[in-house]
Ligand binder design. Structure first.
Ligand code: HEM
Length: 508
């Protein structure tokens, strides 16, 4: 009996090693460079390390890879099963994957599609397909229906007045803190702001039944619990065990609560809202739950990405009075003194320094640190061929900290994004891309480009401009700005800001 067991174990181990050796050493990527870092989760399992309170290991790993010239254009980790995880570390490589790779060939389909793991887990956590996890035709019709509502032509006139109104309420809160001389944690405030903006836009109403989810401000907490689904180890269990109530206990109650809220909101949606227009398209006929899933995943994709980006913007402005002063002068010239009653898209577009602030923030703190894709068939990536079956991570975080593209990458320098050459940087030898012409990869590129980009930018521009026009900011002493990744990049210690009335500052 004992001998049988030992024999079986020996055979299984030998098969495992053979499989590993074959896949690892016979792979066309066998000679590709490997990341020096040895994080077990990433290099041996091909997954994101579980979140903890220590250092941001994932970001550091991606930065180390991006800054190491030997890992250009790609580097590869082989998992314990011998399957390759390919890190793409150049702009050309990322464009090849996201733009050319995702373009559909009529006969063969696209070379790459959404990453396998993220797709499966999103499907599980959201409880079905949505625009965020579907592929092929199931994704295409959703995108086709939802896209027009997120184009500036429709979005700006419908949403800008609401964003201005909400931002003005927040200015009143800043004012209270300015007069009391107390610091305010802004990440929490911006998360509520973004939830309000997205919900208002999706359903076109202010009077949604927030009591169903324990009040307006509790929406973000329920979404946060839903996010835990992405971290729960039970969600990875095989044989359908991950679909049991027990395995989903950490996030299922929040998912169902949020879906009830969405069903109720859909039943009252304004006819011109995103949700009502999507329903009226006829594509969701008999698929009411598909629309519920899409509304859930739109909110989920948008609320914390936008809010944390805004918080990081404020943290950098608060630490750079000289940048604040430049932004203030431009904003004051375009918008005039507060209270600002009318903002137009044209005026916002004139605020080039505000744009430079959010772009530099997204360079240093990209909300999504890598874009995962699955390779359907052999794909050219910056001169290399990545074989079918591999998983790819487009290394956004590492590329944007590459000193060959962004000299002194740790420095917050808004001049990188100004086209008039005042930054002193010319076209860079590596890649030949001036920094100001560097594409907006933080919202990803190609067919799956972020659907909510225009909404996010509208909120970022408005909130930054109105605040800088009225207040000078400093960071609360001792508040360390560090990142933590729970799906998206968050300010680990919050962002604590002291406000002082601008006109008070000017006259003093
Ligand atoms: C600063 C804010 C934001 C950033 C940096 C951001 C970034 C991204 C990125 C990188 C992706 C691609 C993810 C992947 O392929 O794995 C994405 C996709 C997406 N985003 Fe955003 N996002 C932001 C805000 C928003 C907002 C406000 C919404 C909606 C209200 C939204 C909705 C979506 C949707 C639906 C997709 C999937 C698009 C598709 O596959 O067709 N995002 N976003």
């Amino acid at each position: 009996m004992m001998i049988d067991f030992t024999n079986t174990l020996g055979t299984v181990t030998a098969l495992f090693l053979l499989n590993y050796a074959f896949r690892r050493y016979m792979s066309s990527l066998a000679r590709a460079p490997q990341p020096a870092g040895s994080n077990f989760w990433i290099t041996r399992l091909g997954v994101v390390p579980p979140p903890h309170d220590g250092e941001d290991i994932l970001s550091q790993f991606l930065i180390d890879v991006g800054q190491d010239r030997r890992q250009s254009p790609i580097s590869v980790c082989f998992s314990l099963m011998g399957s390759p995880l390919v890190l793409v570390n150049t702009l050309k490589g990322i464009k090849d994957v996201l733009i050319d790779g995702q373009t559909k060939d009529k006969q063969l389909g696209p070379c790459v599609q959404r990453g396998d793991l993220i797709r499966r887990i999103q499907n599980l956590v959201f409880g079905g397909p949505s625009i965020n996890n579907a592929v092929g035709e199931d994704w295409a019709w959703r995108r086709h229906v939802l896209l027009p509502s997120f184009q500036p032509k429709q979005l700006v006139p419908k949403l800008l007045p609401y964003v201005v109104e909400q931002s003005t309420e927040i200015l009143a809160l800043f004012n209270e803190h300015a007069s009391q001389g107390t610091a305010l944690e802004v990440d929490n405030v911006f998360t509520d702001l973004t939830m309000n903006v997205i919900n208002y836009y999706l359903y076109g109403r202010r009077d949604l039944n927030f009591e169903m989810v324990g009040g307006r401000s509790n929406l973000k907490n329920e979404h946060l619990k839903l996010g835990l689904g992405f971290q729960s180890l039970e969600a990875w269990l095989p044989f359908g065990l991950n679909e049991t109530k027990w395995a989903q206990r950490s996030y299922r109650p929040s998912r169902e609560l949020l879906k009830d809220f969405i069903r109720d909101s859909l039943s009252h949606a304004d006819p011109e809202s995103v949700a009502a227009l999507a329903m009226a398209s006829g594509k969701y006929d008999n698929k009411h739950e598909a629309l519920v899933n899409d509304m859930l995943s739109l909110t989920f994709a948008g609320y914390d990405t936008t809010a944390h980006t805004l918080s990081f913007c404020f943290s950098e402005l608060a630490r750079h009075p000289e940048i604040q002063q430049r932004v203030f002068e431009q904003v004051r010239q375009v918008l005039g003194p507060p209270p600002v009653t009318s903002i137009t898209a044209d005026k916002l577009a004139q605020l080039t320094l505000v744009t430079a602030v959010y772009r530099e923030t997204l360079r240093k703190y990209p909300a999504v640190v890598f874009i995962p894709v699955h390779v359907n068939r052999d794909t050219p990536v910056d001169g290399q061929i990545v074989p079918a079956g591999a998983e790819i991570w487009c290394n956004i975080r590492g590329l944007q900290m590459n000193p060959d593209l962004f000299p002194n990458p740790d420095e917050f320098n808004i001049d990188r994004w100004l086209a008039d050459g005042s930054n002193g940087f010319d076209d860079l030898a590596s890649g030949g891309v001036s920094q100001h012409r560097f594409p907006d990869i933080t919202f990803t590129l190609g067919q799956h480009a972020c659907l909510g980009k225009n909404l996010a930018i509208l909120e970022l521009r408005t909130m930054i401009a109105l605040t800088v026009n009225q207040f000078a900011m400093t960071l609360k002493p001792g508040n360390r700005i560090e990142t933590k990744i729970i799906l998206t990049t968050k300010p680990k210690n919050g962002v604590w800001v002291n406000f002082k009335g601008r006109d008070e500052v000017v006259s003093s």
